[in-house]
Design a binder for this molecule. Structure first.
Ligand code: NOJ
Length: 558
């Protein structure tokens, strides 16, 4: 089967916040159908939908109570079928989110499982008795607190790596694996084009579920080493591939926190028959301190470049990269790495340039193509994300000052990505005629799709051009990668080479005007400028070039 996904650009839709067609304040499937022409015009090839299955929405659909049904708020199965048809009619593809590390605690499997120790579904989940009157081990939940929840009915605890309404499935149980494979087959038979797999490298846990080393004497500790890339992970993925994936012409991307490039090769090398590509998190951790995501640290560009280069060269010719700076779990990249005030447009284009000329499949998260920014709500009550709430409650209880907690939420909170898509300058950004489930970013009057479409210099048209360039320049898809001047703290520059063509990408990651000189060992003769975010960029590379704030230039040459 041809690896068509290597030539594709994926657009990620967070359905809850995309477009509301019925005025209930929540985005829905018919809303997506209404906007398909917009996406087709942008030129993207594949749409990835965050979960749209039945769910009590403790974690916005990542807590699934029925894999075979559509969430009521999003519409019906008929709406979904129509969406798939309309996507295909426009020559695009659709991939679905596969969430099988855990279910909702409202899934019938779990409702049964918690009833008694000898219920046939007991072993679908991970139950353990307490130890010395405490939890079975000291693991911390990724959403704060213990990863275990005590259940009175049977007097045991169940494991939940995420919220307590997201019990982990027991992949050691063959019946669970069969159920999952059947469900995947059911969706694939409907004609979908692949899966994005939620935290899929966490499904195999180290037997015995040992305590994590606790050097700082904390109550709960990150137990990742016992469930990330666990002992049977490759076996499970190969089994899934053999029983399901290999039978369809689809694409697969596994979300994988905590993977090294070496792991990445194992997961994505086609010879091993696991997945096509993975989302790694190395570059998303660059601005976190030792305390994790909420421990804020400024970006050090050489570190980011080193990470990107390591993945580029590591997977070249072996596996395949996915390329992203944004998704529904991350703050908006223009606020995070760019300048979302004075240079919002220029820096958003620069960030896109530095990412889209790398090797791999690029992912665009809704709103990125119009430069949507982070949001600052005054009160915690305006936030909706369970991770954010849990953090807030935990830190308040620990006595951390509220301003400090809110500052971390402003910088890293997931709701930054989840405010409604800004369609126009009318009330609620044209997202809904009702009351939106989460407030709209107040900057929608200026930043919205309508304004972007009316301005030939907008970020939108820049993305459109980036997507077209990828389709007309095989070098972007196949070329190898050389990092230039890795220690430079403000410039990210690299060379791509394929057959006898080269691309030179030069991007300024700062508010400063600066001089950049191509090192002598780089042999490059520019022929043309493929794209640039200032309209009078300099083709002459003979000597030092002056880069203006956030300037990005891509040269094609020999
Ligand atoms: C990763 C998803 O991207 C995130 O949104 C979710 O909360 C967790 N996995 C748990 O499913």
């Amino acid at each position: 089967m041809k690896a068509w996904w290597k030539d594709c650009v994926v657009y990620q839709i967070y359905p809850r916040s995309f477009y509301d067609s019925n005025g209930d304040g929540i985005g829905d499937l018919r809303g997506i159908i209404e906007k398909l022409d917009y996406l087709q015009d942008l030129g993207v090839d594949v749409l990835w939908l965050n979960p749209v299955y039945r769910s009590p929405n403790d974690d916005n659909g990542y807590d699934i109570s029925d894999y075979y049904r559509i969430m009521d708020e999003f519409g019906t199965m008929d709406d979904w079928e129509e969406l798939l048809e309309e996507v295909h009619a426009r020559g695009m593809k659709l991939i679905m989110d596969l969430v099988v590390n855990h279910t909702s605690d409202e899934h019938t499997w779990f409702i049964e499982s918690r009833k008694s120790k000898d219920n046939p579904y007991r072993d679908y989940y991970i139950w353990r008795p307490g130890k010395d009157g405490k939890e079975p081990n000291n693991w911390r939940s990724i959403f704060s607190g213990s990863a275990w929840q005590y259940d009175e009915t049977t007097g045991e605890y169940y494991l939940h790596l995420f919220s307590k309404k997201q019990p982990d499935l027991n992949w050691e149980n063959e019946k669970v694996r069969k159920e999952v494979y059947n469900m995947m087959t059911w969706w694939l038979d409907k004609g979908i084009d692949g899966f994005r797999m939620d935290v899929i490298n966490m499904i195999s846990k180290v037997p015995g579920l040992p305590d994590a080393p606790n050097r700082a004497g904390e109550r709960y500790v990150d137990g990742g080493q016992y469930y990330i890339n666990g002992p049977r992970i490759h076996e499970f993925l190969q089994e899934m591939n053999e029983k399901v994936l290999s039978k369809y012409d689809i694409m697969t991307v596994g979300e994988m926190p905590g993977v090294s490039v070496e792991d990445g090769k194992l997961y994505t090398n086609p010879e091993r028959k696991e997945l096509h590509m993975i989302f790694n998190f190395d570059h998303m951790d660059v601005d976190s301190g030792p305390g994790g995501k909420w421990d804020l640290k400024p970006l050090h560009l050489p570190k980011l470049k080193k990470i990107m280069a390591k993945w580029q060269t590591g997977l070249h010719g072996v596996g395949w990269n996915s390329l992203y700076f944004n998704n529904h779990d991350q703050p908006r990249s223009v606020s995070r790495f760019g300048n979302d005030q004075k240079y919002r447009v220029t820096s958003a284009k620069m960030l896109a340039t530095s990412l889209h000329f790398l090797q791999g499949t690029p992912y665009i998260f809704q709103g990125e193509e119009i430069g949507m920014t982070n949001v600052r709500f005054d009160s915690i009550d305006d936030y909706r994300d369970v991770e954010t709430w849990n953090l807030y409650k935990e830190k308040i209880a620990e006595g951390v000052p509220e301003e400090k907690i809110m500052e971390a939420i402003y910088v890293k909170g997931r709701d930054n990505a989840r405010t409604p898509m800004q369609w126009d300058s009318t009330e609620n950004a044209g997202f809904t005629t009702g009351t939106p489930w989460i407030k709209v970013n107040p900057n929608y009057k200026e930043i919205n799709v309508e304004a972007a479409l009316a301005d030939q210099n907008s970020i939108y048209y820049y993305y459109k051009k980036l997507i077209q360039l990828r389709k007309t320049n095989p070098l972007i898809v196949h070329g190898d990668f050389t990092l230039i001047d890795g220690e430079n703290r403000r410039v990210f520059a690299y060379l791509r080479t394929y057959q006898n063509e080269k691309l030179l990408v030069v991007t300024n990651w700062s508010n400063d005007q600066l001089e950049f000189r191509l090192p002598d060992f780089i042999n490059f003769h520019p022929g043309q400028i493929l794209i640039a975010n200032y309209d009078d960029a300099n083709l002459n590379l003979e000597k030092t070039i002056t880069l203006r704030p956030w300037e990005a230039i891509v040269y094609k040459g020999k």
